[in-house]
Write a new protein. Structure first.
Length: 137
């Protein structure tokens, strides 16, 4: 028996299919879901959803939202999502490096909108790079 996973954004259905295991980036840490999991509703952070189909793992970069688990159905509603296979790894590495430089530039600022935007941009760039299979230095 497997889970039914749906990953939905306001504009598109990113994934709709079966999965044997799902790992979600909840706001309190990584959350693993297998068949028979208790029902739950959780907030999701910007991060990487990992799903296993048989012995194969795939990744989807998530840009924050919510997940609901009910009766072996996992519904993920997020602001944005991108399959790891659709992300250009070279571009993701460049975007991550640029976001780190921007974070360094605003590091001395305290709670400014510019610093918050830089942190959010870095989180999104990190998630995209990880989903694409890149490594963080």
């Amino acid at each position: 028996m497997s889970l039914t996973l749906r990953v939905l954004t306001p504009d598109t259905n990113v994934f709709d299919g079966a999965a044997d295991e799902v790992i979600l980036p909840s706001t309190t840490g990584q959350l693993g879901v297998l068949t028979g999991h208790a029902s739950l509703l959780t907030a999701l952070d910007v991060g990487v959803l990992r799903l296993r189909e048989g012995s194969s793992w795939s990744s989807i970069a998530l840009m924050g939202g919510f997940a609901e688990v009910i009766d072996d159905e996992v519904t993920v509603l997020v602001n944005g999502a991108e399959r790891g296979t659709d992300i250009n790894r070279g571009e993701a590495e460049k975007a991550f490096a640029a976001s780190r430089e921007e974070l360094t530039r605003v590091a001395g600022q305290i709670n400014t909108p510019e610093k918050l935007q830089a942190q959010q941009k870095a989180s999104r760039a990190r998630a995209r790079l990880q989903a694409a299979g890149g490594t963080l230095d």
